[in-house]
Design a protein around this ligand. Structure first.
Ligand code: BGC
Length: 356
């Protein structure tokens, strides 16, 4: 009996997790207050753990707190799936549709269709070039790149260094901005020579391993620092450095302040990451979505240039924070990760040494 109970519990918990990984919706407690339902489509589960582990719960919390009905689904890396989900959400009567596009063309097609049916659209985190979004909610992505570039320069400490760039997906406008920001700092540092640069399709961590290994071999191992666009890619780079007994000697950048990224920072195999509060971003999305649903003006202080669409998109651009071993506490205090997760097992001692 006891065993059965435990087994059933495990099955139920498992089923619950599976469901929430692809779709969740709620009435937001207060029910529909005449503002319609808000639909959000997340991009995938692989390019970063952030989408399911941070964005989804933060969005759910923000919509619930605001009392708005919502549906959140995940396109699992497929632009076709995203288009199908969008069609379904529009048919179900969402009044505002927010997407994290997988590429600008597929995102623009979704927004075109939505707009033709009177549905307002929002770009969440990634700008859709040539799109129709009423507003763009994100972080200052050029600034993210600048923080990464500066982090790398600081970690190299002025020593002459060969640096490799492992950029994000070429179809993600954010990746372009991150790289641009990082280069703006690195390129004006005379002690640094960029010896290789490649993009990672779909931010795919496995492809990143292969790409970086080839870069490492092509440079004859003479790489002293690596710009990696997010923590997932940093993990791929670190695995190759480990294979070559160089992990911890070669500074690697990152982004997202994931549990693994922060642990690598504490272990010294990654020199920095960038923290972007999901709570802040999700909160900004909920505020904008509710205003749009009510037909009220959205408060957007900034604009983002969309050269393809030849327009300046009204934007809310939040401020990212640079995180090194010295200020991991910032992420924990802000609720970005829990100490229990980051300081688990072998990392307990490193946390203690870092004063956490
Ligand atoms: C996001 C990053 C994320 C990456 C991969 C970017 O557009 O801004 O936070 O790591 O996509 O999902």
């Amino acid at each position: 009996m006891k065993r059965m109970g435990a087994l059933m519990f495990a099955v139920l918990v498992g089923a619950g997790l599976t469901v929430s990984a692809c779709s969740s919706s709620g009435s937001g407690g207060g029910g529909d207050q005449g503002q319609g339902r808000i639909g959000v489509i997340l991009p995938d589960t692989k390019s970063s753990v952030r989408w399911e582990s941070k964005d989804r719960p933060a969005l759910e919390e923000a919509f619930k707190a605001a009392g708005v009905p919502y549906t959140i689904q995940n396109a699992e890396g497929s632009a076709d799936t995203m288009a199908t989900i969008a069609d379904g959400m529009i048919a179900d009567g969402v009044t505002v549709l927010a997407i994290v596009n997988l590429d600008s063309d597929s995102g623009a097609a979704i927004q075109e269709k939505a707009a033709s049916q009177g549905v307002k659209t929002i770009d969440y985190d990634r700008l859709t070039l040539g799109g129709k979004a009423d507003v763009y909610i994100s972080f200052d992505n050029t600034k993210v790149g600048e923080l990464q570039g500066q982090g790398l320069v600081d970690c190299l400490g002025g020593k002459p260094a060969n640096v490799a760039f492992l950029n994000g997906s070429p179809t993600d406008n954010n990746a372009t901005l991150f790289t641009k920001g990082a280069h703006s700092v690195v390129d004006k540092t005379p002690s640094i020579t960029v010896v290789g640069e490649q993009s990672v399709p779909d931010w795919d961590n496995d492809k990143a391993v292969t790409i970086f290994e080839q870069m490492y071999t092509a440079a004859d191992g003479k790489i002293d620092g690596v710009y990696a666009a997010n923590d997932g890619l940093a993990g791929s780079v670190i695995s190759i450095l480990e294979k070559n007994q160089r992990a911890g000697q070669v500074p690697v950048t990152g982004q997202d302040a994931t549990v693994e990224g922060l642990q690598n920072v504490l272990a010294g195999t990654q020199c920095m990451t960038v923290y972007k509060s999901a709570k802040e971003e999700a909160g900004a999305l909920a505020t904008a979505a509710i205003a749009l649903a009510k037909g009220e003006p959205v408060s957007a202080q900034a604009t983002s240039r969309d050269d393809k669409g030849n327009r300046d998109v009204p934007s809310v651009l939040l401020t990212p924070k640079s995180i090194t071993k010295d200020n991991v506490v910032v992420v924990l205090t802000d609720g970005g990760q829990t100490k229990a997760d980051v300081c688990a097992g072998q990392f307990a001692a490193m946390c203690a040494a870092a004063g956490l």
